[in-house]
Design a protein around this ligand. Structure first.
Ligand code: ADP
Ligand code: ZN
Ligand code: ZN
Length: 779
């Protein structure tokens, strides 16, 4: 028995769970012991340090260790009693060879199409089912239902194999005698031997290409008994087969930045504060190369899948097959493959926040790119962890270097530098010494001929186009129009599950809820007064795209938002199209703002700055500043200085003034003062508690109960219950409680225990047992 192996345990009468060995010890237990009925793995699927990370996350973010495990393990490695299994690709072939319990399970699956693991244990009348499930899974005779949703298909190709008797050197003469009179066949055999030596197997497609033969030649060799065709399952990790490139030589500023990094002790996290386009990626490349040379591993975190797509292209020419990618949009099987590769010492993994959980053996460096980005924080479900902060902890576990990079650092990280917890290294100029873009404001109060575009922005778009450059237009709301309204009685089209208005999506001609996904056809007349004059108000990316097509019919226009780029393929198709110059204008949500590197963007337009400044969140101004600076940073990265037009009504807003001059410090000082005045992070530790119930009164009662019991112990640190701006989501009524704690580890730990106890108490009150309580630390 050792750490990190999966075992099967029985709880209660018949509930069977698969669990992970977290600790092996000799202490007498203080709890009721349950027997382990089988051991699933011979080797650990996860190491000691990863387990420490899990426990830290569970503790820090106040959730269960089981929730962390579910988030951490790829679905293939999770077996739960309610997991549904179905037939896998090998079922048909294998069915008649199976015996005993294996056969019974297979037959049950065929009879019922899909069965839960619970049900299987009923059918078999035995307790221990996981070992059989695991065998069948590994043989691909069955598969987990969850994986089917990923539309998993094994990647198969035809392989050409030399028949056994010709494999020895001595037989080669005999072999060539057989093909003596057929030049093409001889060529094929030579190529086959050649390819075999290179990669250990030969695919039909490669052989045809390399030998310059037709499929008929292979057919002939098959008839002569020289070769045989087989099906081969290919690795899902893409093989990079182009020539590798040497990273470009470093600029002076990059050299000195690297020296400063070298001089900083590993124990201190580094904040690489470099303006947009300063070439931070080139810095990471250098650091990565040095770590790989030491035979250690690198974790490179990015916040957005859009960024992964582009970085893969930039990094694979340098690192080739050493680069692995890991994120939630990959198929379950791809994910397990990467998992295994890292366990075997895989060198470099680029991934979204969940890559944090990969089983690193020798971690030597962590890069957190765009560290300020809000999507590093997981909101739902638990664990509600902040991947950047967890990465800092992971680095400490491995005693390795961690570099957080950003042009617009989060207030927390910058604050940490001033507190001397992190070390800040600055890069002030763009690579190639191109000045940062010139930012101007278009005053919307002056009126405009068009509903969405100022004359200034339109002129700039046309001028930029004439100069041969591309434009990015940023509008942080997708869809066509957020409100369908009756101009007679004021009726709004609201979601039936949530207290929010539906957004009109013209392309699909539906009204859609962005919170729960509910859709319906737009009403033809007002359901309230019968009027036919329903009007659409407000606008999103789709409106902007449409209007542009009318105004500038000769331009090629693309759109990048959740609607057009839902899949990984669609997303990279849009990015490539824009990169290759097949689009003149790209309209998009914050997806276009983040870290992308396009070389021919001359102009960036922010359609509505006001919209960004008004979110009911204490980070709203910070986000607005970061988004505007980041999207501006997409302009003029190569060739010539870029231009940015920000459309706004509140042109005197201090945040806009800071964006105009790229004045991070001015922004920071004002914002940190606000945080101090109003008692927000980083001066306090914030904990949000969300209470949900299907009945409004019960949600309120639960929230009051919770507030009262917390208030009794924590006093004025507790605020609430608060009815949030959207009081109902997915038919659940929501109330919130906010706790602000001084940054005292003891108080924080005590509070988490209090919350846990109070939450348990709430659910014991009559009528409140179905209350859902979510705790969010550092929201
Ligand atoms: P950042 O991430 O700091 O915004 P990037 O790393 O994307 O900046 O670099 C901006 C641009 O400058 C990229 O197109 C990159 O290829 C280029 N660049 C950066 N450093 C170098 C270098 N040493 N040699 C050549 N090109 C470079
Ligand atoms: Zn009406
Ligand atoms: Zn809804």
């Amino acid at each position: 028995m050792h750490l990190g192996i999966r075992v099967e345990v029985v709880f209660g009468k018949r509930r069977i769970y698969s669990g992970l060995v977290a600790r092996v010890h000799q202490e007498a237990p203080t709890y009721r012991v349950r027997p382990i009925i089988s051991v699933l793995d011979s080797a650990s699927i996860i190491g000691e340090k990863s387990l420490k990370l899990w426990f830290w996350i569970a503790d820090y973010y106040a959730c269960g260790i089981g929730q962390v495990m579910l988030a951490a393990l790829p679905s293939r490695l999770k077996l739960q009693s309610d997991t549904i299994v179905t037939a896998g690709v090998e079922m048909e072939d294998a069915l008649f060879e199976l015996e005993g319990h294996h056969a019974t399970i297979a037959k049950a699956i065929i009879a019922q199409e899909s069965v839960s693991i619970d049900k299987i244990s009923d059918i078999l009348q035995i307790q221990s089912v996981y070992p059989y499930i695991k065998d069948l899974l590994e043989a691909q005779i069955i598969t987990l239902d969850e994986e089917l949703k990923d539309e998993y298909k094994p990647k198969l190709a035809t392989e050409i194999v030399l028949i056994h008797s010709y494999q020895a050197e001595a037989d080669l003469a005999a072999l060539f005698a057989l093909t003596k009179n057929a030049a093409a066949q001889t060529r094929a055999v030579l190529a086959l031997i050649d390819l075999m030596r290179d990669q250990g197997y030969v695919l039909q497609a490669d052989l045809v290409k390399q030998a310059g033969i037709t499929h008929a030649v292979i057919g002939a060799l098959e008839k002569k008994g020289i070769v045989e065709k087989r099906e081969r399952e290919l690795s899902r990790i893409k093989h990079f087969d182009q020539d590798l490139e040497v990273a470009p030589s470093l600029s002076e500023e990059q050299v000195s930045t690297l020296q400063q990094i070298e001089r900083t002790p590993n124990a201190k996290p580094i904040l690489l504060h470099g303006v947009t386009g300063s070439g931070k990626t080139r810095i990471y490349v250098d650091l990565i190369q040095k770590i790989i040379a030491l035979n250690r591993q690198v974790l490179y975190l990015v916040p957005e899948i859009a960024l992964t797509t582009q970085l893969v292209t930039r990094l694979e020419v340098i690192f080739g097959d050493e680069l692995l990618v890991y994120h939630s949009r990959m198929s379950a099987d791809e994910r397990v493959e990467v998992w295994m590769r890292m366990q075997e010492g895989g060198k470099l993994v680029l991934g979204a926040r969940s890559a944090l959980f990969l089983p690193f053996t020798e971690l030597g460096l962590i890069v957190v790119d765009e560290e300020h980005d809000g999507s590093y924080k997981q909101d739902n479900p638990a664990p509600r962890y902040q991947a950047r902060d967890s990465a800092v902890f992971l680095a400490r576990l491995h005693q390795c270097r961690i570099v957080l990079g950003s042009a617009t650092p989060s207030l927390e990280s910058y604050f940490n530098c001033l507190q001397d917890k992190y070390h800040r290294i600055e890069m002030k100029s763009r690579y190639g010494d191109i000045p940062l873009p010139e930012v101007v404001v278009a005053d919307l109060r002056a009126g405009k001929k068009n509903a969405y575009f100022s004359d200034l922005l339109l002129d700039e778009i046309e001028q930029n186009h004439r100069d041969g450059f591309q434009t990015i237009l940023f509008q942080n709301r997708r869809g066509f129009a957020p409100v369908l309204m009756c101009s007679t009685c004021g009726w709004h089209n609201e979601c039936k599950n949530c207290d929010t208005t539906l957004v009109y999506h013209k392309y699909k001609d539906v009204m859609q809820c962005h919170l729960c996904g509910f859709q319906e056809r737009p009403a033809a007349q007002c359901p309230s007064c019968g009027d036919h004059e329903l009007t659409l108000k407000g606008f999103g990316t789709e409106t902007i795209e449409d209007e542009l097509r009318l105004l500038l019919p000769q331009y090629r226009i693309g759109r990048m938002d959740l609607d057009t780029a839902r899949g990984k393929k669609k997303l990279s198709a849009i990015i490539t199209k824009f990169e290759e110059g097949a689009l003149d204008i790209l309209v998009g949500t914050q997806m276009v703002a983040k870290g992308l590197d396009f070389s021919r963007v001359g102009l960036v337009g922010v359609i509505s700055a006001d919209q960004l400044l008004h979110y009911p969140d204490f980070r709203a101004t910070e986000r607005a500043f970061q988004l505007m600076v980041q999207v501006s940073g997409r302009a003029g990265r190569k060739h010539r200085r870029g231009r940015v037009v920000i459309q706004a009504y509140q042109i005197m807003h201090p945040v806009i003034a800071d964006v105009l001059t790229n004045a991070y410090t001015s922004f920071y000082q004002r914002e940190i003062q606000e945080r101090k005045n109003f008692n927000f992070p980083p001066f306090v530790r914030l904990i949000h508690i969300t209470v949900r119930h299907g009945t409004a009164a019960k949600s309120e009662a639960a929230a009051f109960y919770l507030t009262k019991s917390l208030h009794a112990k924590l006093g004025s640190r507790v605020y609430g219950p608060i009815k949030p701006s959207i009081g109902r989501v997915r038919n659940k009524y929501v109330h919130e409680i906010v706790i602000k704690l001084e940054k005292e580890p003891l108080i924080i730990a005590k509070t988490k225990l209090l919350i846990k106890a109070a939450s348990t108490q709430v659910k014991k009150q009559t009528g409140l047992s179905t209350t859902r309580i979510a705790v969010n630390v550092d929201p």
